[in-house]
Write a protein that binds this ligand. Structure first.
Ligand code: URA
Ligand code: SF4
Length: 203
């Protein structure tokens, strides 16, 4: 199967990676999405935060985590007095996947083929940045970095060494918190989210 490796530039600065990813055709997701949404942040970032894939708002803006999930993430970072501009924020998959229902575009989970195809971009971002800590938001990045057996429900908040980074940790996806119907449970997940980030970031 084709992967993004085919489109990898020899210069792996974040700018040239992003430019190259703009032309990526390693899976079909580029066909319906508005644009490729690459990671955002300085190459000097000590922290890399990894989401699943851009959502509706991100697809239009061309930037990761600018919608409701991004607002929850921003609030958590602000609580911990972390400047979003110092953090590198990215996704496992760089194009938005959706189904149309009327005028709405509903998020669809990327499948394993798409995740596999796109993974070289994330690997290159991490190899270039060499962060102290990687935070996985939800099951998609957690499976990509820890392996398929990882369970966010059981193993979130544990700092684990992986091939990717000495300090790798997973927590809830902010969208999963927003979707939680039970308000008490939602509040608890939000607290856990902030606590996991605090642990990951040594705050
Ligand atoms: N959810 C994600 O996983 N990534 C984004 O960029 C936005 C929402
Ligand atoms: Fe390439 Fe990833 Fe976009 Fe697929 S989703 S076309 S692999 S950048």
């Amino acid at each position: 199967a084709e992967t993004a490796t085919h489109y990898m530039p020899s210069n792996t600065s974040l700018d040239s990676l992003k430019l190259a990813a703009t032309h990526c055709r390693a899976c079909d997701l580029h066909q319906c999405a508005t644009q490729m949404v690459f990671g955002e942040g300085p190459s000097s970032a000590r922290i890399v935060i990894v989401g699943e894939q851009p959502g509706d708002r991100e697809d239009i803006a061309g930037r990761p985590f600018v919608g409701p999930a991004g607002q929850l993430l921003d609030d958590a970072l602000q609580t911990l007095r972390i400047d979003r501009d110092d953090v590198y924020i990215t996704n496992v998959v760089k194009h938005f996947k959706f189904t149309e229902r009327g005028k709405q575009r509903l998020h669809k989970k990327p499948n394993s083929r798409e995740i596999f195809a796109c993974r070289p971009w994330l690997e290159a971002e991490i190899a270039t940045i060499r962060p102290q800590t990687i935070v996985c938001l939800g099951a998609t990045p957690a499976s990509a970095l820890f392996g398929r057996d990882f369970r966010v429900t059981k193993q979130r908040g544990e700092v684990i060494a992986t091939d990717w980074c000495k300090r790798t940790i997973a927590t809830w996806h902010p969208a999963a918190i927003l979707r939680m119907p039970d308000p008490d449970r939602r509040a608890q997940m939000q607290q856990q989210f902030v606590a996991d980030l605090a642990l990951a970031l040594d705050r």
